[in-house]
Ligand binder design. Sequence first.
Ligand code: APR
Length: 316
Amino acid sequence: MPRAKISIIGAGNVGATCAHWAAAKELGDIVLVDIPDKVGVAQGKALDLSCSAPIERFDSEIIGTADYKDTEGSDVVIVTAGIPRKPGMSRDDLIATNVKIVKSVSEQIATHAPDSIVIVVANPLDAMVYTAWKTTGFPTNRIVGQAGCLDVARFRHFIADAIGVSIEDVQALLLGGHGDDMVPLPRYTSVHGIPVHQLLDDKTINACVDRAKAGGGEIVKLMGSSAYYAPASGSVQMAEAIIKDKKRILPCAAYCDAEYGVGGYFVGVPCILGANGVEQIIQIDLDTDEQALMDESVSHVKDLVGVVQETFPELV
Ligand code: APR
């Protein structure tokens, strides 16, 4: 079987770390793409990572480039190109700059990797997924955003930490937009099948929810730039599910119409991810409070998309 091919657009912190995780999992050949001014950075990181192959034992060809022709034949394209947050900035502050970047990147993807499945990571995520969808014209199953895998990983980490158990035993689910907009679902959170409410009191669970929501901001404040290990890890988890056709249920920003009453936007929902990208959206029962939080989250996504449409009428 030929190796899978993964192109990663943006060879900065998130992009290079995606390459790192993907190589460590031997998911396939990797193309790291950046702008011409930074092609040396992409090539240098690709070479550096390649030199770790004999030690880490992966057979993957890794190249750095500024030429989108090198992405031809990609199975998966991960879009990390864009400016990251600095202290004091919200994800929404990035919108104008990152729409321009994601739009130009998406045009290249549509031309050079027209059969790929695109995982968008750039922020503000829900608006960037929309931009990639409108620009590529790809069917909705082949455009998906990474936010939920990261948010749920953060939540699982804090829950495991609070109880003092392995993260392997903590299962959780959440919906909605990224970060502040996420809709936590403690009702669907369990520890080796035990509902989390039997192991932690509400106050502690809520503290874990709040920390997961603000986890990105906490890291920006600490190190002066945005997170990349876990965001990259979440992105590669999705790429792996697609490349290996694993049919994993993962929380992803996927196109929802009737589902959850969203009405035609990309929002975080549990999806089955496999070789065809988003193969199914799973609808779970929400109680009144959960549905209200979901509606609020969706309304913020709509506002963000509204800003994109106002500023870039060609994306309507
Ligand atoms: N094509 C390719 N690469 C580009 C383009 C473009 N048109 N425009 C910018 N880039 C590259 C930059 O040159 C840079 O190397 O994207 C890279 C971004 O890397 P960082 O500045 O290190 O940012 P990073 O922390 O990786 O975050 C990227 O992911 O999680 C999100 O919020 C985050 O939107 C941000 C994105």
